[in-house]
Design a protein. Structure first.
Length: 451
């Protein structure tokens, strides 16, 4: 087992990794920007090193600074969390060259799954259904017109290296194609350093369903069930739950088997998530894979009893899946829901930075709060707006919903605006309670204005 791990991240995920390391008896090193000097992950780590100014590009995304901190503190491994460098294949390669274990998949697999057109080809070859689309990167406007004629409208243009809705445009007619194609390419270039895009059929009102996987270094991959992540705004998830009410047991078994066989075929290791869209006929189509721990991993932990962050560390240290699971089979119990509590105006979604004057977290049976903020903490404008993850678990979905509604009422954050009022409206809506979900839920129900 590792003796010391550096956490190349900040906020609640950095604190989450520190907690896992403490339980495993591993010392930790926090890195932080000047804006995060008073953060809890700095306070609770065994060591802490400042790696730069507030801007991410000067600190958390600065590979030389992160590696220098790792070498100075003589760590065995680096946990990247999510975001920042977590899906950066170059960073994984630099870790390897520096004789530091990267807690995640190999650089080759990260690169393969990060190039979304290539990922589509790989999983299709392994038998996972994909949405009809271009054979690869659409190089120019002539190729875009040809692909559109084959795919039909509506279609979506996506950045090949993209994520989070950037470099993505929905095209509904021939007249919109070339202007939106150019816009997507320009945005992809600015956001990801490459203009490469691909195209696929656009599913109007899909559900977003993802399968959590773990793979060890000995060729074994298992899935830990699925999560429903359909409630989103601008492709950013707001509410997640495990498991989905939309899947039949036959779909769960078949999709889970296909996913694990495909990932064993490509040699996948550590934690990852295979994401699907479900159309209105109930068919699942692969859209992408995230080669890291997910923000919403706690709901899977609650229904399986498996600590995914500790599993990541143990796999990276060379343990087998059977040792981590304490057997061959993953068991599921109850239902879990997560609400992402963001520092933003619930009506306009404008970021709300500032000092927190009051911070009271809910408690009681079946309630978990993952956060790194506290009363008198300052929410910085430099980073993602996520400040807490509120998670509930119940014997069934109704109990998990009831506990979430109670917990949202008892969650008090003052000094800044948060998304809690919007979450309360979502949980109270009859369509949510009935499980009638899709990625346009907020617009369809009138909880946010339609675009």
């Amino acid at each position: 087992m590792f003796k010391k791990i550096l956490i190349a991240n900040r906020g609640e995920i950095a604190l989450r990794v520190i907690c896992a390391c403490k339980e495993l008896g591993i010392r930790t090193v926090a890195v932080y920007s000047e804006a995060d000097r008073n953060s809890l992950h700095v306070r609770f780590a065994d060591e802490a090193i400042c790696i730069g100014p507030p801007r991410s590009t000067d600190s958390y995304l600065n590979i030389p600074h992160v590696i220098s901190a790792a070498e100075i503190t003589n760590v065995d491994a680096i946990h990247p969390g999510y975001g920042f460098l977590s899906e950066n294949a170059n960073f994984a390669e630099v870790c390897e060259a520096s004789h530091i274990t990267f807690i995640g998949p190999s650089a080759e697999v990260i690169r393969m799954m990060g190039e979304k057109d290539r990922a589509r080809r790989e999983v299709a070859a392994a038998g996972i259904p994909i949405i009809p689309g271009s054979a690869g990167v659409v190089e120019d406007e002539a190729a875009a017109e040809k692909a559109a004629a084959e795919i039909g409208f509506p279609l979506i243009v996506k950045a090949s290296a993209g994520g989070g809705g950037r470099g993505m445009r929905i095209v509904r007619s021939t007249g919109e194609l070339l202007p939106l194609f150019r816009t997507a390419r320009n945005e992809a270039q600015q956001a990801f350093g490459t203009p490469d895009v691909y195209m696929e059929r656009f599913v109007e009102r899909p559900r977003h369903i993802e399968f959590q996987v773990l793979g060890d270094r000995y060729g074994r991959v298992v899935h830990l069930g699925e999560r429903e992540c359909s409630i989103q705004r601008r492709h950013q998830k707001l509410v997640e739950e495990a498991r989905s009410v939309a899947l039949t047991e036959e779909q769960r078994e078949q999709t889970g088997r296909t996913v694990t066989e495909a990932l064993e075929r490509i040699g996948y290791t550590n934690a990852g998530t295979v994401e699907f869209l479900m159309d209105e006929d109930g068919k699942l189509y692969f859209i992408e894979m995230n080669t890291r721990i997910q923000v919403e991993h706690p709901v899977t932990e609650r229904v399986t009893g498996i600590d995914l962050v500790k599993a990541q560390i143990r796999i990276a240290a060379g343990e087998k899946i059977e040792e981590i699971l304490r057997g061959e089979k993953v068991s599921f119990f109850g239902h879990s829901i997560e609400c992402r509590i963001n520092a933003e105006d619930p009506d306009t979604f404008a970021p709300s930075a500032g000092r927190i004057t009051t911070f009271h977290v809910p408690s009681g049976t079946g309630v978990r709060v993952d956060t790194a903020v506290y009363a008198d903490a300052v929410v910085s404008p430099y980073y993602d707006s996520l400040i807490a993850k509120l998670v509930t678990h119940g014997r069934d979905r109704d109990e998990a919903i009831a506990r979430m509604q109670r917990a949202l009422e008892m969650f008090i954050i003052e000094g800044i605006k948060t998304s809690i009022p919007l979450h309360r409206k979502i949980l109270a809506h009859p369509d949510f309670k009935a499980g009638k979900l899709d990625t346009k839920f907020l617009e369809r129900t009138g909880l946010v204005p339609a675009k």
